[in-house]
Structures are given as C-alpha cells and as structure tokens.
Ligand binder design. Structure first.
Ligand code: ADP
Ligand code: MG
Length: 388
C-alpha cells in the first residue's frame, strides 16, 4: 500500500536543490528552455500522447489545455520523469534528459491535491525537499523564509495544514515546489479543487510569482479561462495530439481548425462549399449563402470550408429591418435571452435548423422578446475561415 508519505516523497523528489551558495539568497532563477520532440506514449496500441512537439523558451508560462483524457497528465509526467515515453526526446537547456532520473531533473511540481504532510508544520513541509537534498541546515532557514514570503505566508510557519484554508494549503505546496529553486515548475490542475474566486486570485498570484522568479512553467488545465488568463502560450491537446500552439490571442482570433475554435471561446460554425463571385467569395451552406472575408477567398475557392463566427461579433436586428447587402445575415427566432452579469447571451433558432448564439454587453439596451422573429448580422471580416 502506498502511504501519503510515499506519495509526497515521490512528488517532492522531483525537486533538486541548486547548490547552496552563501551569496545566492534570491529565489530568482533563469528559466529552463524545454523542447519536446515528437513525444509518443502508447498504452498497448493506443496512444495517450501522439507525436507532440513543443518548444518552450526560458521563462515562458505554457498551459497544456484539453478535455479530460486528452493526454495532458501523461505528457506532464513524462517531462517530470515519472513515466517513460514510448518514443521521442525531452531536451532541457539543450540536454536530452530521457535517461536522467526524476530527482536530477531540477523540476518543481504542484498537484491538485496539495499532498502536504498533515502532521508537519508549514515550515517542515516546505523544508522537506531541502532536507532530502541535504542542503546545509544553515542555508535552509533563509530559503524557507524566502519561499514562504514569495507565496505570502510569512508568519504561518508553525501552523499545521488543517489549520489553513484550501488556498493557503496550495500556496504551501507552491512554496515547497519552489524552495529548492528549480528552473522549471510543472503544475497539474493546481487550482482544480478551489472555488472560483480563490482560483481567480491564485491564478494571478501564481503568474506574478513565476514572472518574478523567472521560472519556466508548464501548467495543465481543462479550463479555457484559466489558460487564457495565465499563459504566454497555450498548447491545445485533443486525443493526445497537439492541435495548436500559440498565444491566447492567436488561439482565439485564429483557431487552426474546428477543434480549436470550439475549445477556445464560443463559436457559431457553418460548413459549406466556397464559390467565387464578382462580389467576392461566398460559402454555400444549408443556412444559405454567407459572404466570406476577403482574406479567405483565394485559397479556399471550390473547396469545402468552415467558418467560425464568434458570438460577440454578431448583432441582433428586427426581422423587418432593411439589411445592407454587404453584411452577412441569417434569419431565425429568438429562443433565449440570458442575463449573465457582465454579458447577455442570446440564443436564436436559425430558420435553417441550427442554433446560433450572440453575446453582447449587458449594459446595452435589448429590445427583443423570446419568440420574436429576428435577423442576425455580422461583418464578413468577422468570419474566421478554415479548411473543413
Ligand atoms: P488528461 O490528463 O488530459 O485527462 P491523461 O493523460 O490522464 O489525460 O490520459 C490520456 C489517455 O491515456 C486517456 O485515454 C487515459 O485513459 C489513458 N491512460 C492514462 N494512463 C493510463 C494507463 N496507465 N494505462 C492505460 N491507459 C492510460
Ligand atoms: Mg489529467
């Protein structure tokens, strides 16, 4: 049977102390440069990770984002060294580390379930990796104080985990992960067990901390908002494959395919065939002709294509309104008007059969009734076109 202690030893053993140096008292470090080359992990003949390559520059905060079962944890455990890849290389600071044991990888790790020793004080919990790494006792006190200060827990040294809130416990886990000054921090759904407000404040705090320390961070989440809030770059995974790797803005404004469009932000999606015309290209869909953005016409002409229209780009107008021929329009019936605090979500049953959504500022006046026929309009330039 595995005890809590075994679990924690396994987890904290990923943290290797930097050589204790009398003059070096700052936690600041140069982040690691992480390169993953074609990582594959097979279980039987089923790939859990299917040929993922990523280049993570020093000091970047990268989130592995994907639905449950997309391979995030498997990939993170391979980087940590808990799990061997079936094939592929992990290169950290130009060194291939597949053969380097877990405790020699200079990696800190934070898990969803804090994994603190329940019978040890905060100070002893944070000291644990230092003791394991045989950091001289003299140096420990200072390192612990710095780690606790970094997570705003100075003064909590003598508390037990049960005397702390969930958010404070996770900050202790974070202090323990950084106390030995790793250059790379891995986090697997670290905020998943916390309520929304706490999660949001810790997102900001962890981001600030990683910036201050200069750490490279690989964070795992299935929560797109968390990924958008925290990341320099997002690596979107689906079925073990890398779907797209880019900044939050790139993934939102230029999704590489339908999977990416559906995962990041809300979408209205139309599929059809592209036809050129003197006015520019259009997409023939079951919902009618949709004018395509100028930028999309050339390469897609004659092919099957998809467009994604973000709900915030769509406007609701009266069914009787005169509509400019240069905008996209789609008739339907308003079936829901949902007030969501800072935004309003409107759902329209399109006459062609599919449901469309509109997002608007909740402070804008909204003069439509549920059941009313309406027309949705948007500028062609607001459509994101991609190969079907
Ligand atoms: P995520 O963290 O994104 O939810 P995981 O990396 O945990 O996904 O799992 C990815 C896939 O690999 C899933 O289909 C999961 O069932 C499978 N998997 C994970 N671990 C094992 C294992 N030890 N044996 C067999 N299949 C596994
Ligand atoms: Mg997981």
């Amino acid at each position: 049977m595995t005890t809590v202690r075994d679990e924690i030893q396994k987890e904290t053993s990923t943290v290797e102390a930097m050589p204790a140096n009398e003059t070096e008292t700052s936690l600041k470090t140069a982040g690691a440069w992480v390169q993953l080359n074609d990582i594959v992990k097979l279980y039987g003949s089923t790939p859990a990770v299917d040929g993922v390559s990523l280049d993570i520059p020093p000091g970047q905060f990268v989130t592995l984002l994907g639905a449950s079962g997309s391979g995030k944890t498997t990939l993170l455990r391979i980087i940590a060294g808990f799990l061997d890849a079936t094939s592929g290389q992990i290169v950290i600071d130009r060194k291939e580390i597949s053969r380097v044991p877990v405790h020699k990888r200079h990696i800190g790790m934070v898990f969803q379930n804090y994994a603190l020793f329940p019978h040890m004080t905060v100070e002893k919990n944070v000291a644990f990796p230092l003791a394991r790494q045989k950091v001289p006792r003299r140096a420990r006190k200072e390192m612990i104080a710095e780690a606790l200060a970094a997570v705003h827990l100075t003064g909590y040294e003598n508390r037990l985990p049960r005397e702390l809130s969930g958010g404070q416990q996770q900050r202790v886990a974070l202090a323990r992960a950084i106390v030995a000054r790793p250059r790379l921090l891995l986090m697997d759904e670290p905020l998943g067990a916390l309520d929304r407000r706490l999660r949001e404040s810790l997102q900001i705090e962890i981001r600030r901390l990683s910036r201050d320390l200069g750490l490279t961070v690989i964070n795992v989440t299935h929560d797109q908002e968390e990924a958008l809030t925290m990341s320099d770059r997002i690596a979107l995974l689906a079925d073990g494959k890398l779907v797209q790797y880019g900044t939050p803005e790139e993934l939102y404004s230029n999704p590489s395919n339908e999977v990416a469009a559906r995962f990041i932000g809300e979408s209205n999606i139309f599929t059809g065939t592209v036809h050129g015309s003197p006015r520019g290209a259009t997409l023939s869909t079951s919902a009618g002709q949709i004018i395509l953005p100028d930028t999309a016409s050339a390469e897609l002409n004659g092919n099957e294509a998809r467009i994604v229209v973000r709900p915030s780009a769509v406007t609701v107008v009266k069914a009787s309104a005169a509509i400019d021929q240069s905008v996209c329009s789609m008739p339907g019936t308003l079936i829901a008007n949902i007030f969501a605090g800072d935004s309003r979500k409107v759902v329209v049953d399109g006459d062609h059969g599919s449901e469309l959504i509109v997002r608007m500022d909740a402070s804008e006046p909204f003069g439509f009734e549920v059941g009313e026929p309406v027309v949705l309009t948007w500028k062609p330039s607001a459509s994101l076109a991609m190969v079907a």
